[in-house]
Write a protein that binds this ligand. Structure first.
Ligand code: ACO
Length: 374
């Protein structure tokens, strides 16, 4: 008898050489390298190169890759217009999705070609940096401006948003971009693979991924976790809030639990480190204290069930400390994911290309007679 697998749980749709996760031991590696070590010592462009092309680049290869990204920071006027003309209350990730989708319009009679598509990557990375920084600018009532490359991807991005940036914030942004770059095949990456499996173009595949990322069960958790800290409001309220909402009303503690991990999410270590390092204002100190108290209670209550803190518990605090408002959190996640998603698309199309076309088991009515009503 045919059976369905709800949520495609435990269904494997591809082999991968990209990200290894051991959910029981809390290990995560990109092409064999520990993710926290990369987050500490490497850069977004170096790890993007590793994911996309298979190895850590030589210095010449890295500089060449960076130069190519820097040559692709200028956006066509019609993309500026899309960002500028978005309604004032438009969702930041929604604008990103629309801009990426608009870029796909230029692909007429598109045919997958590995060589040409790999050449497109610096353009996609450069364009996406400009799209996301300009979304922030327009929402902050700043004029649209094409970024100017400075040092590396993270610094260029923060300068494009804020005009200036300190060393520590740039390092934290670089690490966040690395830590969020890939996570095997969550809903967003799977959506991109499904689209790419029809041999659609890279921008269309990315648009599918961003659309899936937008849902609150996936990309929105950092924002929801931060809102949870805001709702608690004061470190003195943590215990009573936890007892009432989580233990008594059985609400889910946001930033806790994961489909894959049965222990701490390994990326948490780096995010926690930056949350401690960058904390500055009284409000940030308060939010961090609330988070730490809440984490302690959560682990005590749920640790024995294999439910521990996930990345999103602390990443929002870091994004806030870098200087971003709440509405940008999921879009920053989207920006980080671009090279990971592209790596999966290329891996799938190049090595296991097969149109993804699952089946549904029909449960509706049997044959019925149609009666015309007009
Ligand atoms: N708070 C309290 N209890 C929880 C939590 C939580 N955050 N997560 C799971 N549980 C409990 C469930 O109530 C259930 O208990 P039961 O067996 O007594 O009924 C048990 O743990 C198993 O729960 P499932 O929903 O089957 O676990 P699943 O693996 O499907 O859930 C998920 C994963 C959706 C992430 C869940 O842990 C959750 O809702 N977390 C809160 C939202 C969140 O932080 N999302 C971010 C995920 S990370 C990311 O996307 C980058």
């Amino acid at each position: 008898m045919e059976e369905i697998s709800p949520g495609l749980e435990n269904v494997y749709i591809k082999y991968t050489n990209l990200t290894f996760i051991d959910g029981n031991k809390g290990i995560m590696r990109y092409r064999g390298y520990d993710v926290n070590e990369l987050a500490e010592k490497s850069s977004f462009e170096e790890v993007s190169y590793l994911m996309l092309f298979g190895n850590i680049p030589s210095l010449d290869e890295l500089n060449d890759f960076k130069n190519k990204i820097s040559e692709n920071l200028a956006l066509p006027q019609y993309i500026h217009d899309i960002i500028k003309n978005a309604p004032e209350n438009a969702d930041a990730l929604g604008i990103m999705q629309t801009a990426l989708s608009a870029l796909s319009e230029t692909y007429v009679n598109y045919q997958w070609n590995e060589k040409n598509d790999l050449k497109l990557i610096p353009k996609i990375l450069g364009n996406t940096l400009s799209i996301v920084s300009n979304i922030y600018r327009i929402k902050s009532k700043l004029p649209i401006k094409d970024p100017v490359f400075d040092k590396n991807y993270a610094t260029t991005f923060l300068k494009a948003c804020f005009g200036m940036v300190g060393e520590e914030r740039a390092r934290a942004m670089d690490s966040a971009l690395i830590l969020y770059m890939d996570h095997e095949i969550p809903a967003s990456t799977t959506a991109a693979i499904v689209t790419a499996s029809s041999l659609s173009d890279m921008y269309s595949s990315l648009t599918s991924a961003i659309a899936a990322l937008r849902g609150p069960l996936h990309g929105g958790a950092a924002e929801s976790a931060y809102k949870q800290f805001e709702e608690i409001g004061n470190p003195d309220n943590v215990e009573s809030w936890f007892n009432k909402n989580i233990l008594q009303d059985k609400k889910r503690l946001v930033g806790f639990g994961h489909r894959v991990y049965r222990t701490y999410d390994p990326r948490l270590k780096s995010f926690k480190k930056y949350a401690d390092k960058l904390v500055e204002t009284e409000n940030q100190k308060k939010m961090l204290e609330i988070a730490k108290k809440l984490e302690e209670l959560g682990v005590k209550a749920f640790g024995s069930k294999g439910i521990y803190t996930n990345t999103d518990f602390y990443s929002g605090l870091v994004f806030n400390e870098i200087g971003f408002p709440l509405y940008m959190f999921t879009t920053l996640f989207g920006l980080s994911r671009i090279s990971g998603i592209l790596s999966h698309i290329i891996e799938y199309v190049e090595t296991q290309e097969r149109l993804i076309r699952p089946r549904a088991i029909y449960k509706g009515p049997g044959e019925r007679k149609y009666t015309q009503i007009h």
